[in-house]
Structures are given as C-alpha cells and as structure tokens.
Design a protein around this ligand. Structure first.
Ligand SMILES: Cc1cc2nc3c(=O)[nH]c(=O)nc-3n(C[C@H](O)[C@H](O)[C@H](O)COP(=O)(O)O)c2cc1C
Length: 147
C-alpha cells in the first residue's frame, strides 16, 4: 500500500493540529501514513514515501520556523524525483504578502528536488476551522488521487 509521510513544525499548536487532521484524512482515504515533528527526522525520512506532505507555520517577517531550517537546507541536496508532494501552511493574514510564506518557500524547495506538486497549497489562518478541514480533505484527495 502507498505510504504518505507528513513532516510538520508547530510552535503554538495550530500546525500540529493541522498535521493531525491530515493524518486522519490520509488514513480515512485508505493509505498508510506516518507523521513526525521536523526536529525528530531529517530529509531521508521521505526516502520510502510515495507522497510527502510538509505542514508549516511562518514566523518573523515571512521566515521559516527556526526548527525547520536544517530540514529545509537538507532539501537543497536531496533527490526526490518520482515522488509527489503537497504543502500546507498556517499563518496570519495580518502579514499581508508574507502570509504563509514558508509554505510557498517549501513548495519551491521541493520542486527543486524533482518531486511533483499534485495538490494545491492550502493556506490556513491560524487554527483550522470547519471550512479549513474541508480544504484539508480536498488536499488529501488531490494528493492521493493517483497513488
Ligand atoms: C512573532 C510572530 C511572527 C509571525 N510571522 C508571520 C508571518 O510572517 N507570516 C504569517 O503568515 N504568519 C506569521 N505569524 C503567524 C503564525 O504563523 C500563525 O499564528 C500560526 O498559526 C502559528 O502556528 P503554530 O500554532 O503551529 O505555531 C507570526 C506569528 C508570530 C507570533
């Protein structure tokens, strides 16, 4: 069975909860899933994944979470051709153009690995409300459609 792996960073819990919703949705879709906090793994965690998900908040002024920096840097050297991916961001619209910037930075970094983006990036304002949960389920549907 296809394996979906989720790596997340979360300071105040919003993105952790989002990652849990993603995990349940993948399970409900009938796939194997593993979810880890980013400091617990390095990019080799994705080696045996068929589909990779990053869930990240944004900090500073459009900066990556500090705990995601090593993982992000390791992606520069990583080859993930043949895999598919999607990214989910949590942020705050008060930051204007920098809303969920880290999620978009991860899309660019993952595209450079040769992996293919198959699900539209979901941007969530802080914690996931009902409509966000629907968007996350749609994201999982898109991600797993061809697995
Ligand atoms: C100091 C600080 C800086 C932030 N900077 C941004 C930002 O640049 N862009 C953005 O979209 N959200 C920004 N946020 C909002 C967080 O990304 C948002 O609250 C997110 O839900 C936090 O996720 P977490 O609960 O998983 O830690 C910032 C929050 C704080 C406290």
């Amino acid at each position: 069975m296809a394996l979906v792996k989720i790596v997340y960073a979360s300071m105040t819990g919003n993105t952790e909860e989002i990652s849990e919703i993603l995990e349940s949705s993948v399970q409900e879709a009938g796939f194997d899933v593993e979810r880890e906090e980013c400091l617990e793994v390095d990019v080799d965690f994705f080696d045996d994944a068929d589909a990779c998900i990053i869930a990240t908040y944004t900090y500073g002024d459009g900066e990556l979470p500090f705990e995601f920096e090593d993982f992000y840097d390791e992606l520069e050297e990583k080859e993930l051709a043949g895999k598919i991916f999607g990214v989910v961001g949590s942020g705050d619209r008060e930051y204007g153009d920098l809303f969920c910037k880290s999620a978009h930075d991860f899309v660019a970094a993952l595209e450079k690995t040769g992996a293919k983006k198959v699900a539209e990036t979901v941007e969530i304002e802080n914690n996931a409300e009902d409509e966000d949960i629907e968007a996350l389920k749609k994201f999982v549907k898109e991600l797993t459609a061809d697995l």
